[in-house]
Write a protein that binds this ligand. Structure first.
Ligand code: EPU
Length: 330
């Protein structure tokens, strides 16, 4: 493992916020994981790629993260159509690996920043696919007892951008490996409306098209830090949806999530409220997508929170809808 003292976390969170941590530990193999219960306590923080974390202060403790590649070369273990993957691997590298090896099912999750471990904690989703669709089991280490435990997909309690691993505030279980069951034939998943008309003859074409589409809506990480979608799409009951629909006939169709609830587009609400392209301090609302807050250069976490609060208050006042952040504020 690698241990750094008093180091900046700027390169460890996609917003690029320059706070410091007392100690940073990078775990590189199973022996390091076995030591995790000693290293990690309630003053520690586990980071994936930091793609959903906004730091508002220096971190007074130990930040623990995983190397992208496992030191022993066993980042991916294959058994037929099943892959068991080290939590630190970058999700997008895994998607390309699967296509290079004739395995399908992850292509719609192309270009999602973040690691495999974070992808299950968050149940990441995009373009009609979610991590939960292909995850069959998750191996964790219990930080209190050192026990290794495996949860089936069902036991992970996956929901919209959440799972059992996100439910507890104090991290007790650390995701170490994720097992995916993939397909050896490619069947394009075109369920998401925005994919209509995109090239999809091969999975690689689909991946390339989705990657290109994503980059029309999100800032390039090398130019501007961001956390992807900053807010979750709000889920409201039918009465609320119908009220808004009659007031705003131009509102995009909501997705029905169960018998009584609908998921609205937070991006549209924020856009309609007039926030697209606005800036406050060194943080802005991305001009191509109102759901994304971005770093104009050198922003602090407090500036991100100030803009997010202003947007939440305004959307609440204009539409009566409470937005909640997808990102975790620390
Ligand atoms: N819209 C606007 N103005 C905007 C942004 C969006 O009017 O500024 C409208 C769009 O025209 C569209 C609707 O809102 O009618 C929905 O937009 P889009 O299809 O781009 O998707 P989204 O709801 O904004 C979600 C996920 C993204 C994911 C895309 C594609 C959430 C919070 N966001 O965004 O996930 O990539 O769908 O599947 O669920 C992420 O979680 O970080 C993320 C990027």
């Amino acid at each position: 493992m690698k241990v750094y003292r008093d180091i900046s976390l700027k390169a460890y969170n996609t917003f690029g916020i320059a706070v410091k941590t007392q100690r940073l530990v990078v775990m590189e193999d199973d022996d390091d994981v076995a030591l995790a219960p000693i290293l990690i306590n309630r003053h520690s923080l586990v980071l994936g790629a930091g793609s959903d974390t906004v730091f508002t202060r220096d971190f007074d403790g130990t930040v623990v993260t995983f190397s992208n590649e496992k030191a022993d070369g066993q980042t991916i273990k294959q058994s037929g159509n099943q892959l068991t993957v080290w939590a630190g691997m970058k999700m997008d590298d895994l998607v390309q690996w699967t296509l290079d090896h004739g395995l399908y099912g992850l292509e719609n999750l192309s270009a999602i920043p973040g690691t495999v471990g974070a992808a299950v904690v968050q149940n990441v989703g995009a373009y009609g696919a979610e991590a939960k669709d292909t995850v069959v089991s998750v191996e964790v280490i219990d930080l209190y007892t050192g026990d290794i435990r495996t949860y089936t997909g069902e036991e992970c309690r996956f929901g919209y951008r959440t799972s059992r691993f996100k439910e507890e505030t104090a991290v007790r279980e650390l995701v170490v490996y994720v097992t995916f069951a993939l397909k050896d034939t490619y069947v394009p998943n075109l369920s998401y409306k925005a994919l209509e008309g995109l090239p999809h003859e091969s999975a690689q074409q689909m991946r390339d098209a989705i990657t290109a589409l994503r980059w029309t809506k999100l800032p390039r990480p090398e130019e501007h830090g961001s956390a992807g979608s900053f807010f979750k799409n709000p889920v409201v009951d039918e009465t609320t949806y119908m009220r808004l629909k009659s007031e705003y006939p131009g509102m995009p169709e909501a997705h029905k999530v169960n018998a009584r609830d609908y998921k609205l587009s937070a991006g549209w609400l924020i856009d309609k409220a007039g926030w697209k392209g606005k800036t406050m301090g060194r943080v802005g609302v991305w001009p191509e997508n109102a759901l994304v807050l971005y770093n104009l250069g050198g922003c602090t976490g407090d500036e991100v929170v100030a803009l997010a609060n202003a947007i939440q208050a305004d959307v609440e006042q204009k539409f009566g809808i409470a937005l909640s952040p997808e990102a975790i504020i620390i």
